[in-house]
Design a protein around this ligand. Structure first.
Ligand code: CTP
Length: 397
C-alpha cells in the first residue's frame, strides 16, 4: 500500500496516554508512503521519547519553538510550508482549546496557526473531559473552522472507565488520512452495490456458492465512499470488514439480494452489480439435512432473477454498471452483456488465475468504446473505475 506516496505530513503528538499509539501510526503512515515529520509537545514527550519517533519516521523530531537546527530559526513556519496536512494524534482537550482560541505558545500550536495546509485532529481523552460542554463547544468550533475531527471512538479507557474518548486506532487514522486526500468525485451521489457470492441452500447445512471473495466489490465500495458517495453495499457471505463510510446489508441468497437491492434503490443515482450472483438455485431447499442413501441424487435447479437486468429495466433506472468476469473472448462477451442488459458501463475482467486475487486486469466498456486499464492492485483498479464513472455521470448532467 503506497496510497500516501509523495505526501508530506506533520504529525503533532500531544500529552495523552494514546501517545504510545502514535509510534505505530508513524510506522503505518511511512509504510503507506508518507514522509512524516513529528512535532512533539512537552506533554507528549513525557509519554514517548523523540528518539522513538525519529527512528520510526527517519526524520528529525521537533519539540522546541526556539530549535536552533532550523537555519533561519523559522521552524514554526518552515515545517508546514510544503506539508500536505498536519495531523494531531493524540489531540488532548487542552490542544483543541488552544487551537480554538488561536493560542501559539509552543511549536505545534504556532505551526497550526501559521499553516496553509489542512489540519486534522484525533481527540483522545477521558470520557468526562470529552463530554464536558467546554470540549464539545471547542470541537464544534474546530469543525466550523474547517478542521477535520477524526473520532474519538468509544470503549475501555486507560483510566479504567468506559465511554467515548478513545483515540481511533492507528490503522483507522491511516485510512482516514488516505480517504481525506481522495478527490471527492462522487460527492453527494447515492450508490447501491452488490458484492460477494450468493449462497443457494440445498438443505440447512449445504448449498451452492462460488469462490467470489468480494474484494473487488468492497474495494470499489470503499473507493466510492472515499470519493464522497453515500454507499449501500448489499453483500453476500464474505469475511471482509465493512469499509469506513459504507452501509452494509448482509444477505445470503440471490432472492434475498434482489429484495434488499430493490428496497435500497430509492434515491440512488447509481447501481453497480459486482456480486457473482448464482445463476440457479435448487427448486426446493430441504427442511432437514439430506441423508446419504448410496443411490444417485439429482438436484433440480431453477434460474435466479438477474438483479442487474431487472434494475436496468426499471422505468426510471439509476445509472447501471455491470461486471463481466470472463476466461476468454472478453471484448465479445462483455460488450454482449452490456447490450443485452442495456448498461451504460461494463467492467470486463479477464479471469486467468481464478477469482479472489489481489490484482485485477480490467477493460471498461461504454458507449464511446473500450478503455483498457493496466494490471493493478484492486484498490487502484477501484479508483480508476470511480474516476471513469464520475466522468460519465458528469457528462450526463
Ligand atoms: N448479475 C446479477 N444478477 C444475476 C446474475 C448476474 O445482478 N442473477 C450481474 C452481476 O453482478 C454482474 C453481471 O450481472 O454485474 C454479470 O452478468 P452475467 O451475464 O450474469 O454474468 P455471468 O453470470 O458470469 O454470465 P455467464 O455465466 O453467462 O457468463
Amino acid at each position: 500500500m503506497i496510497e500516501l506516496k509523495g505526501r508530506k505530513l506533520v504529525l503533532g503528538v500531544t500529552g495523552g496516554i494514546a501517545a504510545y499509539k502514535a509510534a505505530e501510526l508513524v510506522r503505518l503512515l511511512g509504510k503507506a508512503g508518507a514522509d512524516v515529520h513529528v512535532v512533539l509537545t512537552e506533554g507528549g514527550a513525557r509519554f514517548v521519547t523523540a528518539v522513538t519517533f525519529q527512528a520510526l519516521s527517519g526524520n528529525p523530531v521537533w519539540t522546541d519553538l526556539w530549535d536552533p537546527r532550523m537555519g533561519n530559526n523559522m521552524a514554526h513556519i518552515d515545517l508546514t510550508r510544503d506539508a500536505d496536512a498536519i495531523l494531531i494524534a493524540p489531540a488532548t482537550a487542552d490542544v483543541m482549546a488552544k487551537l480554538v482560541h488561536g493560542l501559539a505558545d509552543d511549536l505545534l500550536t504556532t505551526l497550526c496557526l501559521a499553516r496553509e495546509c489542512p489540519l486534522l485532529v484525533a481527540p483522545a481523552m477521558n470520557r468526562q473531559m470529552w463530554e464536558n460542554p467546554a470540549t464539545q463547544r471547542n470541537v464544534g468550533q474546530l469543525r466550523g473552522d474547517g478542521v477535520a475531527v477524526l473520532g474519538p471512538a468509544a470503549g475501555e479507557q486507560a483510566c479504567g472507565e468506559v465511554g467515548q474518548g478513545r483515540m481511533l486506532e492507528p490503522e483507522a487514522l491511516c485510512e482516514a488520512l488516505i480517504d481525506f486526500f481522495q478527490p471527492k468525485l462522487l460527492a453527494g451521489r447515492r450508490i447501491v452495490m452488490t458484492a460477494g457470492p450468493t449462497f443457494e441452500a440445498i438443505d440447512p447445512v449445504r448449498g451452492i456458492t462460488n469462490s467470489s471473495s468480494g474484494k473487488m466489490a468492497y474495494g470499489l465500495a470503499r473507493a466510492c465512499a472515499q470519493a464522497g458517495a453515500e454507499v449501500t453495499l448489499v453483500s453476500g457471505p464474505v469475511a471482509l470488514p465493512v469499509p469506513a463510510g459504507v452501509q452494509r446489508i448482509s444477505v445470503r441468497s440471490a432472492l434475498d439480494m434482489r429484495d434488499a437491492v430493490l428496497r435500497s434503490l430509492l434515491g440512488a443515482e447509481v447501481f453497480i452489480g459486482v456480486a457473482a450472483v448464482a445463476d440457479y438455485r435448487p427448486v426446493q431447499s430441504a427442511d432437514h439435512k439430506i441423508k446419504k442413501t448410496g443411490s444417485e441424487l439429482s438436484l433440480t435447479l431453477t434460474p435466479n432473477p438477474d438483479i442487474l437486468a431487472e434494475v436496468a429495466g426499471l422505468p426510471n433506472p439509476p445509472f447501471c454498471v455491470g461486471f463481466a468476469a470472463e476466461s476468454r473472448n472478453l471484448d465479445e462477451y462483455a460488450e454482449g452483456k452490456r447490450k443485452a442488459k442495456r448498461l451504460p458501463l461494463v467492467v470486463g475482467n479477464l479471469v486467468q488465475d481464478g477469482l479472489g486475487g489481489d490484482e485485477n486486469l480490467v477493460v471498461l466498456y461504454d458507449d464511446a468504446g473500450r478503455h483498457p486499464l493496466p494490471r493493478m492492485p484492486k484498490p487502484d483498479v477501484a479508483r480508476s473505475i470511480v474516476a471513469h464513472l464520475a466522468g460519465l455521470l458528469c457528462s450526463r448532467c
